[in-house]
Design a protein around this ligand. Structure first.
Ligand SMILES: Cc1cc2nc3c(=O)[nH]c(=O)nc-3n(C[C@@H](O)[C@H](O)[C@H](O)COP(=O)(O)OP(=O)(O)OC[C@H]3O[C@@H](n4cnc5c(N)ncnc54)[C@H](O)[C@@H]3O)c2cc1C
Length: 290
């Protein structure tokens, strides 16, 4: 199928892009990597009369350290981020998760901002951003504002980004003190498929004791979800005294696994519980021996 007719603009500045969106009054769509939007256009599930391409605004691709954190431009391409030295050294959880986002071909066009703005419940990047307490920077003709990731995700494919706003960056604050250990798993039918269930997070250690825990589910509810009860139970625990099954039960509290053509809710819950316990056990055992 072909898309409905639309006009196309490729502004060279953020202000120009914001002006075009404001003037369109809700009739325009931003296009980033197009990996999700192009199929939606072709299926006529989305019919904007104007596409505003963000590809000619270089500042949206920058990845840089600044006081208190790392700012990742919304148009940073997923494959570039995967190999970016700052991401690999300071945001290893993001690098790990990006390896599971679609395929090499989709990652060579898809952007981190597109993934965050689309807010697919099974997507990896929103869960990483939620776990790491990232803030989303938004720009419009009214100016710039920042929204905590926890407030940005409103539901499946629904966010705090208004029709005339552009996601310009994600800001990842510096992690809590302590040695950092990743906690990550994803279950999918085949490599590159969307997750049936998954979790992204970090534990922060002082000696053998957990001093901070930041964990977020994906594909386990209408949005990415923090596992707050499990986090609270982990803080203060020594690695060798953790009971993974008990923490897994807490982690599932507050999730709302769903039925779809890929898996039933019951399947997601069973696999999530077992994978969480196994991943936590292996993570703790690995650190305790190190
Ligand atoms: C075969 C296949 C497999 C995939 N598998 C996965 C997967 O396993 N995990 C996963 O997370 N994703 C997966 N995806 C989707 C992923 O590839 C996309 O990169 C991502 O969903 C959207 O990024 P994009 O840059 O392509 O955005 P686009 O497709 O250009 O845009 C997506 C939506 O976000 C809006 N948008 C984009 N950028 C901005 C911005 N800066 N500000 C405001 N709004 C914006 C657009 O208007 C549109 O509504 C897959 C895609 C394909 C085709």
């Amino acid at each position: 199928m072909k898309p409905a007719p639309f006009d196309y603009a490729r502004p060279a500045s953020l202000d120009e892009a914001a002006r075009l969106l404001a003037e369109a009054g809700g009739g325009a769509s931003v296009i980033a990597g197009g990996q999700t939007l192009m199929p939606l256009l072709n299926l006529r599930m989305s019919q904007p009369f104007l596409l505003v391409d963000l590809g000619a605004i270089p500042e949206l691709r920058a990845v840089e350290r600044h006081t208190g954190g790392i700012r990742v431009g919304a148009m940073a391409v997923q494959n570039e981020l995967l190999g970016h030295p700052l991401v690999r050294s300071d945001l290893p959880l993001l690098a790990r998760a990006l390896g599971h986002v679609g395929h090499h071909q989709t990652r060579s066009r898809g952007t981190i901002g597109g993934s965050i703005a689309f807010a697919e419940p099974a997507a990896e990047c929103p869960a990483v951003a939620l776990a790491l307490d990232a803030r989303v920077q938004l720009h419009s003709v009214r100016g710039m504002r920042q929204v905590a990731m926890a407030d940005f995700l409103h539901g499946p494919y629904a966010t705090a980004c208004a029709f005339d706003e552009i996601v310009t960056a994600l800001v990842f604050p510096d992690p809590p003190a302590g040695e950092r250990v990743e906690v990550f798993f994803e279950v999918a039918r085949r490599p590159g498929d969307f997750a049936l269930t998954g979790l992204a997070g970090e534990l922060h250690l002082d000696g053998g004791t957990i001093v901070a825990a930041r964990l977020a589910w994906f594909a386990m509810g209408h949005t990415a979800l923090r596992a707050r009860e499990a986090e609270a139970a982990l803080v203060g625990a020594a690695l060798d005294e953790i009971e993974p099954e008990a923490i897994a039960a807490l982690a599932l509290a507050g999730t709302a696994p769903f039925d779809d053509k890929a898996a039933s809710a019951a399947y997601r819950e069973t696999v999530a519980r077992r994978m969480f316990a196994r991943t936590l056990r292996e993570t703790c055992a690995g650190r305790a021996m190190a």
